[in-house]
Ligand binder design. Structure first.
Ligand code: SF4
Length: 240
């Protein structure tokens, strides 16, 4: 265990854990948007900005990606931090002003007037959908259409691969701005993405007759689990 200071409070932590985790364990709340505990952290939204002081030098970093070290001094609510977080949220607000998640951050940070022109675009490039599809689902079906320094251009967004996508809807579930949504209509699942609609035929339960999961998703699960697709002829409700 190592010791560090967060907002003047000495805390103990496992070396290598992140500032976000250590602050959370110490009861200090740091807001996040692109972070999810089940996924790798990328710090792309910069909402979790904190100030660190090492060797007398202060700099801003993202709490979700920065591993703690002995003697580190962290400030989570300094003027510099609050300015950085407000700027990050104002930039997000300009892109997706009607997102409930962004509005929640706007309220928390006391932002009254947006400093940037509102544009209402769908994807805020948080990468949550990309990481969920790659790290949880294993399909790796989503990529950026613009990479590197071009990521912030107006046309940047995500693209779903028709071949790889199995229609599981994990990306719609995790998207914080509803840039990706799902709807099941009769025997069809529709995933609405920034690059268009994807349609999947749903499997009908042999017992109750309800449509319960995309056939492509069932084939995928059967393949990676080494089971037969026929084992999924009955929906989970009728199996119990
Ligand atoms: S619906 Fe498609 S793109 Fe979205 S998480 Fe599932 S497999 Fe990935």
């Amino acid at each position: 265990m190592i010791k560090l200071t967060i907002d003047g409070k000495v805390v103990e932590a496992e070396e290598g854990s992140t500032i976000l985790d250590v602050a959370d364990q110490a009861g200090i709340h740091i807001p996040t948007l692109c972070y999810h505990e089940a996924l790798s952290a990328v710090g792309s939204c910069r909402v979790c900005a904190v100030e660190i002081v090492t060797n007398g030098k202060s700099e801003l970093t993202t709490a979700c990606t920065y591993p703690v070290e002995a003697g580190l001094e962290v400030r989570t609510n300094s003027e510099k931090v609050m300015e950085a977080r407000k700027l990050a949220v104002e930039l997000l607000l300009a892109q997706r002003p009607h997102s409930a998640k962004i509005q929640e951050l706007v309220q928390k940070l006391g932002i009254e007037e947006p400093s940037f022109a509102l544009k209402e675009r769908e994807c805020i490039l948080c990468e949550l959908c990309i990481r969920a599809c790659r790290e949880i689902v294993g399909a790796d079906a989503i990529t950026f259409v613009a990479q590197g320094k071009d990521r912030n251009v107006d046309g940047a967004s995500v693209v779903h691969s028709v071949e790889k996508c199995i229609g599981c809807d994990s990306c719609a579930y995790i998207c914080p701005t509803e840039a990706i949504t799902v709807e099941d209509i009769d025997d069809t699942r529709i995933i609405n993405t920034p690059s268009g609609k994807l349609e999947f035929k749903l499997k009908k339960c042999k017992v109750c007759g309800s449509y319960w999961a995309p056939e492509k998703q069932i084939e995928y699960i059967a393949k990676i689990s080494g089971t037969s697709p026929e084992e999924y002829d009955i929906c989970p409700d009728c199996r119990d």
